[in-house]
Design a protein around this ligand. Structure first.
Ligand code: ADP
Ligand code: ADP
Length: 233
């Protein structure tokens, strides 16, 4: 079955005259190993969709399925466990722990997912190597550039060997060179068969996807299948 699936997904915020239909009945299926890009104007519901797919929030209505399991009705504890075990998040603003080194930041999700300290340390080393930051393992985030911080954040997102990686504007705070580095990394996730959903405003980012969905006012308005490799870096 698909990695992700939604049916009749709705999310409302506020009430009365302040009511916002952030998602207005979204039907989505993302295959295992697929890279999906989601674009659309600010306020169209992209972040809300990502949060619901990753179990950060629960929908007002409708179904969310992750790896064949229905998650929209799960309680906070079960959702937290599911996020620790099956989901990796990458945010625009990095969200690294300032007082932990790069290596410790990357170890944390593996430890929280139940890996032994030795195995988590080894995995963090491998991941920092993979993102080209083996030499920065002992640095605090404050000693790293924006691009380096985001590469640490991608390594952290992979730490628990997640089924799906959800990235919200992952290059939104980066210059062109750092964007290219992060894109190469995200594109390499297909080698390990990982499923990736990327919310972005940047056409270069969308170009690494297999499929592009455009949103407006909480709905999908267009879907484009991209030629794999067509727009690659
Ligand atoms: P996008 O990511 O496309 O910018 P969002 O998913 O962040 O869009 O927001 C969709 C709509 O839902 C917007 O109108 C936004 O203001 C509203 N919204 C998002 N989160 C909240 C919230 N926590 N409380 C109230 N309204 C929200
Ligand atoms: P924004 O786009 O508004 O800056 P983010 O997308 O960065 O917000 O974060 C959205 C929400 O997810 C925040 O409420 C944040 O506390 C929460 N969050 C961030 N990282 C994680 C995580 N690894 N697990 C669970 N929740 C997280």
């Amino acid at each position: 079955g698909p990695a992700l699936r939604t049916h009749g997904l709705r999310m409302r915020y506020g009430q009365g005259t302040g009511l916002v239909n952030a998602l207005d009945g979204v039907e989505l299926e993302v295959a295992r190993g697929e890279t999906l890009a989601v674009m659309g104007p600010s306020g169209s519901g992209k972040s809300t969709l990502l949060h619901l797919l990753g179990g950060l929030e629960r929908p007002s209505e409708g179904e969310v399925w992750l790896a064949g399991r229905r998650i929209d009705g799960l309680g906070e504890k079960a959702l937290a466990r599911l996020r620790r075990q099956a989901v990796g998040f990458v945010f625009q603003a990095f969200h690294l722990m300032d007082e932990l080194t790069a290596e410790e930041n990357v170890e944390l999700p593996a430890l929280l997912a139940g890996m032994s300290p030795r195995a988590a340390r080894r995995r963090a080393g491998e991941l920092l190597d993979r993102v080209g930051l083996a030499g920065r393992a002992g640095h605090l985030p404050s000693a790293l550039s924006g691009g380096e911080r985001q590469r640490v954040a991608v390594a952290r997102a992979l730490s628990n060997e997640p089924l799906v990686v959800l990235a919200d504007e992952p290059t939104g705070n980066l210059d062109s060179a750092a964007t290219a580095d992060v894109l190469r990394l995200l594109d390499s996730l297909r080698e390990t068969g990982q499923t990736l959903v990327i919310v972005t405003h940047d056409a270069r980012v969308a170009a690494i996807a297999d499929r592009l969905i455009s949103m407006r006012d909480g709905s999908f308005v267009e879907e484009t299948r991209l030629t794999r490799g067509g727009g690659r870096l």
